[in-house]
Design a binder for this molecule. Structure first.
Ligand code: SAM
Length: 328
């Protein structure tokens, strides 16, 4: 399938309506996908930005030496299949079956075609009408759309998965819902990311009630020069990037990492120093970095993505350390 619309041919009005529906964050009762053109327009724009979030998550998983524990890959609420395509690209040859599930038949059909076009020969099965939890389960941007009863069922069903990769918008509500799922899943799964420890989430402490676990994925450099994305920005009134996301990765058999820190949100620039909110096994703390922190200051200032570090601390000052988001 080679359907690709020019920016002029895209129905931007319909895309803005879709954006507004997503921002409203209300449960949706019926599928809203109505045509292949609409799915294609989503896939090139809002879906592609979600792809950048997946790229950041997958980079982090590689930096943490994670690899898929099962050869089955399931996408729940697959839409156009952007999550599956990014995962197949990041782990070539790792899967021999893809299971797609969505309450929209037209979306599943579109996702299947796109996956087959990008990853020819991948066996694809369309899931039955229940929440599937086979092998490595992907969930992407579905939290806001599920009715409360389905949302409540999720952690118990997901406990059966070998691994779970779940990416959502970087809002407080989505982060808090992921934290609630995390607290249930840590009974059966190792917490792989973003968490640097296996204990209760520090954001559940009252003193951290104003914070939420979110991160920023950069847009690829070429997008900033690409006239298509200029068109997108004007039509959609959305910045190209970085895009905010929250996520959770769990795995039944993975060994937990030790000694890492994960930043929450963006570093705050103050003249001559930076303030960062950092999560580690010992605490969630506001830390201060300056030139005296050594080479890690440059990465914090960047800021580098994914925001995974090893810090040397003296109380709340970063006195050394390194960015480990590239796995080196
Ligand atoms: C915002 S889209 C995200 C699509 C895709 N996962 C992505 O990240 O681009 C949400 C998807 O969830 C699907 N969905 C919503 N409620 C659902 C339900 N109860 N069961 C299955 N799929 C559902 C929608 O049809 C839609 O494809």
């Amino acid at each position: 399938m080679t359907l690709r619309q020019t920016p002029e041919a895209i129905d931007w009005h319909a895309l803005r309506e879709l954006r507004d529906l997503f921002l409203a964050a209300e449960p949706v009762e019926r599928p809203y996908w109505v045509s292949r053109d609409q799915l294609d327009a989503y896939d090139r724009t809002l879906g592609e930005r979600i792809g950048w979030k997946w790229d950041a998550v997958l980079t982090e998983l590689k930096a943490r030496n994670w690899s898929p524990p099962s050869r089955k890959l399931t996408d729940f609420g697959c839409g156009t299949g952007i999550a599956v395509r990014r995962v197949l690209h990041a782990f070539p040859g790792a899967f021999d079956e893809v299971i797609l599930h969505d309450h929209s038949a037209i979306a599943m059909g579109f996702a299947r075609e796109r996956i087959q076009a990008e990853h020819p020969g991948t066996p694809i099965r369309l899931g039955e009408n229940e929440i599937p939890a086979e092998g490595v389960v992907l969930i992407s941007h579905i939290l806001n759309e599920l009715p409360p009863e389905k949302l409540a069922e999720l952690p118990e069903v997901l406990a059966k998965a070998d691994a779970l990769l779940w990416v959502e918008p970087g809002t407080m509500a989505c982060s808090r819902a992921l934290i609630a799922a995390r607290e249930k899943l840590r009974a059966t799964h190792t917490l792989v990311a973003p968490c640097p420890h296996q204990g209760a989430c520090g954001l559940l402490l009252e003193e951290n009630a104003a914070h939420w676990c979110h991160h920023f994925a950069p847009a690829p450099a070429h997008a900033h020069q690409d006239p298509f994305w200029g068109h997108f920005r004007r039509e959609m009134n959305l910045e190209i990037g970085p895009v905010a996301y929250s996520f959770l990765v769990t795995d039944k058999t993975a060994k937990p990492d030790a000694g890492l820190s994960h930043l929450i949100g963006k570093p705050l620039r103050v003249p001559k120093y930076l303030r960062v909110l950092s999560c580690q096994e010992s605490d969630i703390a506001e830390l201060v970095a300056s030139r005296r922190s050594g080479s890690v200051y440059r990465d914090l200032k960047g800021p580098a993505s994914p925001a995974l570090y090893k810090f040397e601390r003296r109380k709340n000052r970063i006195v050394g350390g390194e960015w480990v988001g590239n796995g080196e």
